[in-house]
Design a protein around this ligand. Structure first.
Ligand code: IPE
Ligand code: IPE
Ligand code: MG
Length: 250
């Protein structure tokens, strides 16, 4: 296992399994609609796809899996869908935290939790505390997360601690204040559901991530789909601004 962080400063070995995979789990509503079922059934089925993906990542040796569960823009959805999703989060957290703990998974939640109700905030905190000292896969769930929020939050937190930096600070100064500061930047980004956009996911951290888009709807995503995405990643050349010739061993 390479200890090099995947970042804009070092070149990870693409032949290896990506250390960090970030996923926009999209297409739940359309999956349900195709089956003449309410959209929320798609979300329910999406939980199964997440479970399968977590397992496949553990088997492959992925170290970090970060998934977009609810964006800061998803509050714009119909109230009944939003409240179903909130209920689903609580249920899944309560049910799965112990199972994840048994599997040595570290569970983290990123995003602004303040609008969530007290029970959900507590379930999030409990799951994080329970799994904090584990050493296996880090599963990070982005809930009420937005990439722009993350950048603003980091700047605010840094200036709060270091008001003297207001005149001048570097990327490295800001780095410890991002929600994913302890993880390497994602090597591979996957978006299911056919849309080819970032939708305000990890804007800062995706600067040099390899992007992969698939038409597969999230509830249909499984180990085979993940393997396709990883194979696509492994066929790429990550240059980080260099020329292809510079990467060849001399
Ligand atoms: C993604 O699936 C899940 C969430 C945003 C919570 P969607 O609900 O966006 O499904 P589509 O895109 O409408 O099919
Ligand atoms: C992005 O999906 C957010 C999540 C998957 C949680 P959306 O389906 O909400 O994205 P847009 O708004 O269509 O881009
Ligand atoms: Mg969608």
């Amino acid at each position: 296992m390479s200890l090099l962080p995947s970042s804009t400063r070092s070149i990870p070995d693409v032949a290896a399994v990506p250390r960090h995979i970030a996923v926009i789990m999209d297409g739940n509503g359309r999956w349900a609609k195709k089956r003449f079922m309410p959209r929320v059934i798609g979300h329910q089925q999406g939980v199964e796809a997440l479970r399968a993906t977590v397992k496949a990542c553990r088997d492959m040796g992925v170290e970090y899996l970060t998934v977009f569960a609810f964006s800061s823009e998803n509050w714009r959805r119909p109230a009944d869908e939003v409240s179903f999703l909130m209920g689903l989060f609580i249920k899944v957290l309560a049910r799965e935290a112990v199972k994840m703990h048994e599997k040595n998974i570290i569970l983290k939640i990123i995003g602004d939790r303040s609008p969530f109700d007290a029970a959900l905030q507590k379930a999030m905190q409990d799951a994080e505390t329970l799994t904090a000292n584990n050493t296996g896969l880090t599963l990070t769930i982005a809930a009420n997360y937005g990439g722009r929020w993350d950048v603003l939050n980091a700047v605010k937190a840094m200036l709060h601690e270091h008001p003297e930096r207001v005149e001048n600070f570097t990327e490295a100064d800001l780095q410890p204040y991002f929600s994913m500061s302890e993880a390497p930047e994602p090597d591979l980004f996957i978006r299911t559901g056919g849309e080819q956009r970032i939708s305000n996911f990890m804007l800062w951290q995706l600067a040099y991530t390899e992007l992969y888009f698939t038409d597969a709807l999230w509830p249909d995503f499984d180990r085979a789909e993940l393997e396709k995405a990883v194979a696509s990643y492994q066929a790429r050349e990550r240059r980080f601004g260099r020329t292809s010739e510079q990467l060849k061993p001399t």
